[in-house]
Design a protein around this ligand. Structure first.
Ligand SMILES: Nc1ncnc2c1ncn2[C@@H]1O[C@H](COP(=O)(O)OP(=O)(O)O)[C@@H](O)[C@H]1O
Ligand SMILES: [Mg+2]
Length: 272
């Protein structure tokens, strides 16, 4: 291969949906901090806040009153990514915020043409502008999550280390399989990340073992510990990597980013 062949190939962002229909499992925390860690390695990263709660936007310091057009307008063709994207305090990390109207989108989308493809169509215009696009999903398997799964190359599933971690997961897997069969045949699971691991609690170990038994190598080696700095960071409008880089939580997310990048490199070498 000539030396410049790979640089001549147009860049195409890898799109990861962070999904789990359970709330409070670490989707948003993982979106923000994985996004920050990827940006810190020099990747250009876009976060799409696809949850009406808008926690990814708030967690990156963009308050509710401070948001213009966002994901709602994007889904309804009233704006473009280029027109609505915002910078963050992290170089190379960008966000399309969730607007208040997004809570109505789930119902309003039903009537629309290409209702599952609205996000994919909108992102198609910017895939050459980013290395990674991370979509933070709401805690449901409705049309907002379907739009994310239809747009994504792969899914990253955060699982909280609690007794009911695996409950409801078969429903998520079935949804992913259905999206594969119907509108996105190449969709894969990038990996499963165990979050809020408490090493003083034997239950965490048991849950982790269970999840590894079920998902095998799909589970990342990196486990995100329960760490108070992680939970404090959003109220300061910062990723934990900025709030307290030395904290166990920040370090874990840096490791996770390394694993995600490694899987992407391996995938590339297999698929060419
Ligand atoms: N590793 C962690 N350690 C401590 N608290 C965490 C950790 N990860 C997430 N949290 C907290 O748990 C809550 C739920 O996390 P969040 O990322 O918002 O979940 P989801 O987006 O799946 O609803 C938030 O208050 C968040 O700050
Ligand atoms: Mg969330």
């Amino acid at each position: 291969m000539p030396a410049d062949a790979s640089s001549a190939a147009p860049k195409r962002a890898r799109i990861l949906a962070l999904a789990n229909q359970k709330g409070g499992v670490g989707k948003t925390t993982t979106t923000i901090n994985l996004g920050t860690a990827l940006a810190a390695t020099g990747k250009r990263v876009l976060i799409v806040d696809n949850d009406p709660q808008g926690n990814a936007s708030t967690g990156l310091g963009i308050g509710r009153t401070d948001r213009g057009a966002g994901t709602y307008e994007l889904l309804f063709g009233e704006t473009t990514v280029a027109a609505s994207v915002r910078g963050t305090s992290i170089p190379k990390l960008f966000i399309v915020t969730a607007s208040a109207d997004l809570s109505g989108a789930e119902l309003e989308l039903v009537e629309l043409e290409r209702r599952e493809f609205r996000l994919r169509d909108a992102l198609a215009h910017v895939v050459a502008d980013y290395d990674y696009i991370l979509i933070d999903c709401p805690p449901a398997l409705g049309l907002l999550t379907l739009n994310a799964l239809a747009a994504a190359d792969s899914v990253l599933v955060p699982l909280q280390c609690e007794f009911y971690a695996l409950e409801g997961l078969s429903q998520l897997i079935r949804t992913i399989e259905r999206v594969k069969r119907t509108f996105n045949p190449s969709l894969e699971i990038q990996g499963v990340v165990l979050t809020m691991f408490d090493r003083r609690n034997n239950l965490s170990d048991m849950v982790a073992a269970d999840v590894r038994g079920f998902f095998g190598e799909k589970v990342y080696e990196t486990v995100i510990p329960r760490n108070v700095r992680v939970s404090e960071a959003p109220s300061h409008g910062k990723p934990v990597l900025l709030y307290d880089l030395k904290s166990a939580g920040a370090q874990a997310y840096i490791h996770l980013a390394g694993e995600v990048l490694k899987r992407e490199r391996n995938r590339q070498s297999v698929h060419g």
